[in-house]
Design a protein around this ligand. Structure first.
Ligand code: JFZ
Length: 462
């Protein structure tokens, strides 16, 4: 069944309106930044994991479907704290296997993992000494899955980071967001929540799990400049090489820009950026949402994002047993197989030197606000690395009469398909002053093929 997470999105867009502006800047001034961000620029593709108590109700409370995002069920149903906490008694995800999850990330071509250490519901998914409301102390499971993941990531050379809801905590009387149980946020002693739970938990995460590549903060309700700076100093003092995402605070900019959920900009950005994205229509597991993105859709998004200079953080939501739904595992593995052949176009590659391929604003069609709508083009995308241009052609776009290379001055030395291990040179003909690469007669991969065009210079001259 197709599920539109209307309510969750609606709430989020209302509450997060100020965030949109915050997310147009990233901290780039300090020297540490260039050092911290280097791996991120190479990586391009990461696995986001939303996992918590909400995977038990999985979108349904007392026999009724609760619309919205799976992880928002406590807020949306709403479920009072005294009832929600009882989920912990039955949380026993014995099929959780860190090794398997990390192997899936590796085989899918993902280079980093970011997991919810504490989402808005306030439940810590690791062994915390700050609050007993955590997976080790409050459940029959009695394991620390984040420690297991950290170890497995270290073993497989995957970077590891934490999502942490610094501001919203629906379990705490002074945390933001739970007005149903605890009244309006303005009346809370918010700094007490920050100093007694949020900051000490962030410190724990940065202290006990080895190198943390990224702290992924979210929904910065009431995160003033002063509060944001406190978190920034905390992270920098414990792990100076740890990146901070773009959602810590409206005023305090992280290391890169986080776009809205599933929002890919229409053009390249000058700053480093990342889009958090779903594989269906929720982050936390919902049993009624099987609207999985196909491998072809995921490959298109990944290449689209990379060609605009960004990173793609793609989410999976494990079940209450601790397993990632089979269907999406298969789709991700197909993406991984594609990347094995075509990964040179992604890892370490940078944005397109062109731009017209992204699409254009309509001359006649306008949105409800009277603004022209953007008509994306989806034929091909371009990424580049030293001396090379990579053109990835999608689905039905496979021009039998040759791929017309967009105009630039630099001499082309040769062209070949990345998926061809021999790199057999393809014929290049010039038609009406346009260079055309003759593609192999039969399309080697109807999902997407990457054409590598080698240049006589390191950089393309437009
Ligand atoms: C937030 C969370 O509320 C949600 O549960 C999930 O964790 C997601 C990754 O992040 O939701 C947001 C945050 C920001 C925007 C939209 C939804 N935004 O800026 O458009």
């Amino acid at each position: 069944m197709r599920l539109t997470p209307l309510i969750g999105l609606f709430c989020a867009s209302l509450l997060l309106a100020p965030l949109v502006h915050a997310e147009t800047k990233a901290e780039t001034s300090d020297q540490g930044h260039e050092k911290r961000i280097a791996w991120f620029r190479e990586a391009k593709f990461g696995m986001f994991i939303h996992w918590g108590l909400y995977s038990i109700p999985a979108g349904e409370w007392q026999g009724k479907q609760v619309l919205g995002l799976g992880e928002w069920i406590m807020h949306n149903a709403p479920v009072p704290v005294k009832d929600y906490v009882k989920l912990a008694d039955q949380f026993n995800p014995t099929q959780f296997d860190a090794e398997k999850i990390v192997q899936l990330a590796v085989d899918s071509g993902m280079k980093y993992i970011v997991i919810t250490s504490k989402h808005h519901d306030g439940f810590a998914m690791y062994h915390s000494s700050v609050s007993k409301y955590n997976i080790y102390d409050a459940t029959p499971f009695k394991r620390d899955p984040l420690k297991e993941l950290a170890d497995a990531c270290a073993k497989h050379g995957i970077k590891f980071g934490f999502y942490y809801s610094q501001s919203q905590d629906w379990h705490e009387p002074n945390g933001a967001g739970n007005t149903a149980d605890f009244g309006p946020d303005e009346k809370k002693d918010f700094d007490r929540y920050l100093t007694e739970k949020s900051e000490p938990q962030v410190k724990e995460l940065l202290t006990h799990y080895g190198p943390v590549c990224l702290m992924w903060f979210d929904t910065p309700f009431m995160m003033t400049e002063e509060r944001g700076s406190r978190f920034m100093r905390l992270v920098r003092s414990v792990q100076p090489n740890c990146l901070i995402d773009g959602r810590l605070s409206k005023e305090v900019h992280g290391d890169y820009v986080s776009t809205g959920d599933n929002v890919v900009p229409n053009k390249s950005m000058t700053e480093d950026w990342e889009v958090p994205a779903t594989t269906n229509n929720t982050w936390g597991f919902r049993k009624d949402d099987t609207d999985w993105k196909s491998p072809g859709e995921i490959v298109f998004k990944l290449v689209d994002v990379a060609s605009k200079g960004g990173n793609y953080l793609l989410n999976v939501g494990p079940t209450s047993a601790g397993v990632i739904p089979e269907h999406i595992q298969e789709n991700l593995l197909t993406v991984g197989k594609w990347l094995k052949l075509n990964g040179d176009a992604i890892y370490g590659a940078t944005k397109s030197p062109f731009g017209d391929e992204f699409g254009e604003y309509s001359a006649s069609i306008k949105d409800h606000a009277g603004k022209p709508i953007f008509l994306p083009r989806t034929d091909w995308r371009c990424t580049t690395s030293k001396g090379k241009l990579f053109f990835t052609l999608f689905r039905k776009y496979y021009p039998r009469d040759g791929f017309e290379i967009p105009a630039f001055k630099t001499k082309v030395t040769q062209a070949y398909m990345l998926s061809d291990p021999e790199h057999t040179p393809l014929k290049i003909v010039v038609r009406d002053g346009v260079r055309c690469v003759q593609l192999p007669r039969s399309n080697p991969d109807p999902m997407a093929v990457t054409l590598c065009v080698e240049l006589a210079d390191d950089k393309v001259q437009l």
